[in-house]
Ligand binder design. Structure first.
Ligand SMILES: [Zn+2]
Ligand SMILES: [Zn+2]
Length: 379
């Protein structure tokens, strides 16, 4: 029987560390956390581990140091912006207290975990599960979870079973996390098609995070860096309201796709000032953001009608109608930040809207001047 003492090729380093630690309860090592290096930069053990941590972990569990270093996220994706990782406590400014070291937000695919169990493999955390650019498992075309399906608890742990391999369970109620949410199991073909459409978009995003140019038919004239800028900026606009005209809800509330929130309460689309909303959004909200971004940025109109219904207006139009116009204009005029094709497409919709507003204002003025109530003498 394989002892699985080395990390799996797609395993997070802290997942491997926790598994190994679990097997040696007598001499459990402290849980690895992010530390500040001499330059004042955060070094998270999964993202960019310090040389000291790698050396100690390799020695403690008797594996080659290179076997560990090559599994760090930054080693695989050196240019990955931290805003595209999922964080409980992010390394950039938010409302979280400064003294908490950055902590990644872990999601999981119940189908991957069920496969682990069925094949006698210990459960482990895939690197893919902490990337904020995904809301689905791309292997199983399955929605990722980040809370227990029974008690909605967020904390999980590994447990060793007497008869089978190690499993992931909810820390509060011990539900096995390889169990899937019943509404996901009962999802109809349309919901699965919607998942597939968002997964296609996520694949382009994951490619862009590795520097790959997006597919040009759906994202014309777009570089990898531009696609990332577009997703980040669109998500920011979707959760932002103009400070002078605050509303409790956010523009994202106008993009409703039940297939993204199945079996869960619809997230509350409150306005947010988070610098990277994708990085700190919980799973349902993250999927809603990605679905809206997919429909707005993708040049194919049918993506929007599939996700938001055939009667919904084009996603770009809804976006322009509700997004903060000052911020939108800043992004549109920022040279090279977005692709020329998205600037043209959104710019045209915006000009049409401004034109409609100007005509309506003119008509209001004219009708006031020509109104019999305004000019007729009192009887
Ligand atoms: Zn999976
Ligand atoms: Zn639970």
């Amino acid at each position: 029987m394989t002892d699985h003492s080395a990390p799996f090729p797609d395993e997070l380093l802290t997942s491997w560390f926790a598994r190994r630690n679990h097997r040696q309860p007598g001499r459990a090592a402290p849980v690895p956390v992010a530390v500040l290096d001499r330059k004042g930069e955060w070094r998270h053990p999964d993202v960019r581990p310090t040389q000291n941590w790698l050396r100690d972990a390799a020695q403690r569990f008797d594996v080659a140091e290179t076997d560990l270093s090559e599994r760090a996220i930054a080693w695989r994706r050196p240019a990955l912006p931290l805003g595209f990782l999922a964080w409980d406590y992010p390394p950039f400014r938010t409302s979280a207290p400064d003294h908490w070291p950055p902590k990644l937000h872990v999601s999981w695919c119940s189908q991957c975990l069920a496969d682990d169990y069925a094949s006698g493999r210990p459960a482990y955390i895939r690197r893919h599960w902490v990337i904020a650019a995904t809301g689905f498992c791309h292997e199983h075309h399955w929605p990722l979870e980040d809370q227990c399906i029974e008690c909605h608890g967020l904390a999980w742990k590994f447990v060793a079973s007497a008869r089978g391999p190690m499993r992931m369970v909810c820390e509060a109620c011990w539900t096995h996390l390889d169990r899937s949410l019943p509404p996901a199991l009962a999802a109809d073909q349309h919901s699965q098609d919607c998942w597939g459409r968002v997964i296609e978009f996520e694949e382009q995003l994951l490619g862009a995070l590795q520097g790959r140019r997006p597919e040009q038919r759906r994202f014309p004239e777009t570089s990898a860096a531009q696609l990332l800028n577009e997703v980040r900026d669109v998500c920011r606009l979707l959760l932002h309201n103009h400070p002078d005209y605050p509303r409790p809800d956010s523009p994202l509330g106008n993009f409703s796709c039940p297939a993204m929130t199945f079996g869960r309460r619809r997230p509350e689309f409150w306005s947010s000032g988070a610098p990277f909303p994708l990085a700190t959004a919980r799973m349902s909200l993250r999927r809603c953001l990605l679905a809206a971004a997919a429909a707005i940025i993708n040049s194919r109109l049918e993506t929007g009608s599939m996700l938001f219904g055939p009667l919904a207006p084009p996603a770009a139009e809804t976006f322009v109608n509700y997004a903060d116009d000052t911020m939108l204009q800043r992004y549109l005029t920022s040279d090279g930040r977005w692709s020329a094709s998205l600037v043209r497409r959104i710019g045209t919709v915006r000009s049409q809207r401004l034109c409609r507003i100007a005509i309506a204002a003119r008509e209001r003025t004219t009708s006031r001047r020509g109104s019999p109530f305004a000019t007729s003498p009192a009887i």
